[in-house]
Design a protein around this ligand. Structure first.
Ligand code: ZN
Length: 184
């Protein structure tokens, strides 16, 4: 088990399209080790999600986990620790929902992003079984943020308004309460 180094904005691994993972690969010992390390890394950095490319592994794997008690993400929602392999997002409601997002790969900053408000995700679980998850609210935004990483897209590419992009201190002072911010 290890806390992994997180790739930051500018590292090419964050801009590559990550590759699909086979069922054999999902249940392999190497992937079990990566999953454990991703969990440790997410906890260490107090994030709500982490995609494998953020830890220098260009594969279509992402992890999401948050609970109501995290004051940084006090949105009254929780998502138990879930791994998504080869996730595909289907928009169920294109009406936009806006959140202030952050990213472990873009530390110290927050930006306001609008995304479709309701989605369904088809994916393989940690046992390589096909699953679907419908999400709205905060979870819908977190999922779309994480899965964007698998296509080399960062939230900074999706800023609705470049003037709503701020360092965390200035965000807290001028743009809203810390409880309004979102993703990892
Ligand atoms: Zn991110």
């Amino acid at each position: 088990m290890a806390i992994l180094k997180v790739a930051r904005l500018g590292h090419p691994v964050l801009r590559k399209r990550a590759s699909e993972v086979s069922a054999e690969e999902i249940v392999s010992a190497d992937t079990r080790r990566l999953m454990q390390d991703m969990i440790e890394t997410l906890v260490e950095y107090d994030g709500v999600g982490l995609a494998a490319p953020q830890v220098h592994c260009s594969k279509r794997i992402a992890l999401v986990a948050f609970d109501e008690s995290n004051p940084r993400h006090a949105v009254g929602e929780a998502q138990p620790l879930t791994f998504f392999f080869n996730p595909v997002v289907h928009v169920l409601d294109a009406t936009k929902a806006g959140y202030w997002e952050g990213c472990l790969s873009v530390p110290g900053l927050r930006g306001y992003v609008e995304r479709p408000s309701r989605v369904r995700v088809d994916y393989l679980d940690a046992g390589a079984k096909p699953r679907s998850l419908e999400a709205d609210g905060f979870l819908a935004t977190v999922l779309q943020h994480e899965f964007d990483h698998l296509d080399g897209t960062l939230y900074v590419d999706r800023l609705a308004d470049p003037s709503r992009f701020a360092f965390i201190e200035e965000f807290a002072r001028y743009h809203g309460a810390p409880t309004q911010d979102a993703p990892d």
